[in-house]
Design a protein around this ligand. Structure first.
Ligand SMILES: [Zn+2]
Length: 187
């Protein structure tokens, strides 16, 4: 297994739509292992393939670090070719950050409950309901698979508040406690 560098927010790969995984291969198995190791190494709650420069429709997450003691635990969940088949019209605001956008956090409003269809790392199908934190992490990672970042959900006013940090990331000057792959804008 290896830790992959995480691409930062101005990398065009983060804006591309991912492609469905056609079949289980050794390459996919290894890629999923690397994604998992990279997520834990970066202390992330979730990580999507585009964040390590891949266009596979895969994300991994583990919400347990942010769950209360009395809440149901989930552990690691691998989602291959995920599809949100239902989401509640009731939305809640929660604070989000992103490993691809170091040191930027803000509040985003999203559905509180969702139903997700996905294949796990063994390519076994699941349809499962999620609420609260797990639902929030899934919606964030799912967006990544469609080239959407959490800052896209912010008002232009809120985005302006983060402009200096976003510019620093774009200039390749961002720092993180995990390996990142800054892409400098060609001038
Ligand atoms: Zn993210």
């Amino acid at each position: 297994m290896s830790i992959l560098p995480i691409v930062t927010y101005n990398d065009p790969i983060l804006r591309e739509k991912t492609k469905e995984v056609k079949s289980r291969t050794e390459f996919i198995d290894r890629f999923v292992e690397d994604l998992i190791e990279t997520m834990y190494h970066s202390n992330g709650l979730g990580l999507a393939a585009p964040q390590v420069g891949s266009s596979h429709r895969i994300f991994v997450f583990d919400p347990d670090p942010v769950l209360e003691d009395d809440e149901e635990k989930f552990g690691l969940i691998v989602c291959i070719n995920p599809k949100i088949i239902e989401q509640s019209s009731h939305q809640i605001s929660m604070d989000e950050g992103c490993l691809s956008i170091p040191d930027v956090n803000d509040t985003v409003k999203r559905a509180e409950d969702i139903t997700l269809h996905y294949l796990d790392e063994h390519f076994v199908q699941h349809t499962r309901d999620f609420t609260g934190w797990p639902a929030r992490i899934i919606l964030h990672e799912y967006d990544h698979l469609d080239g959407i970042l959490f800052i896209d959900h912010l008002s232009s006013f809120r985005r302006r508040m983060h402009k200096s940090q976003l510019n620093a990331i774009e200039a390749g000057e961002a720092e993180a406690s995990y390996p990142i792959r800054p892409k400098k804008h060609s001038t």
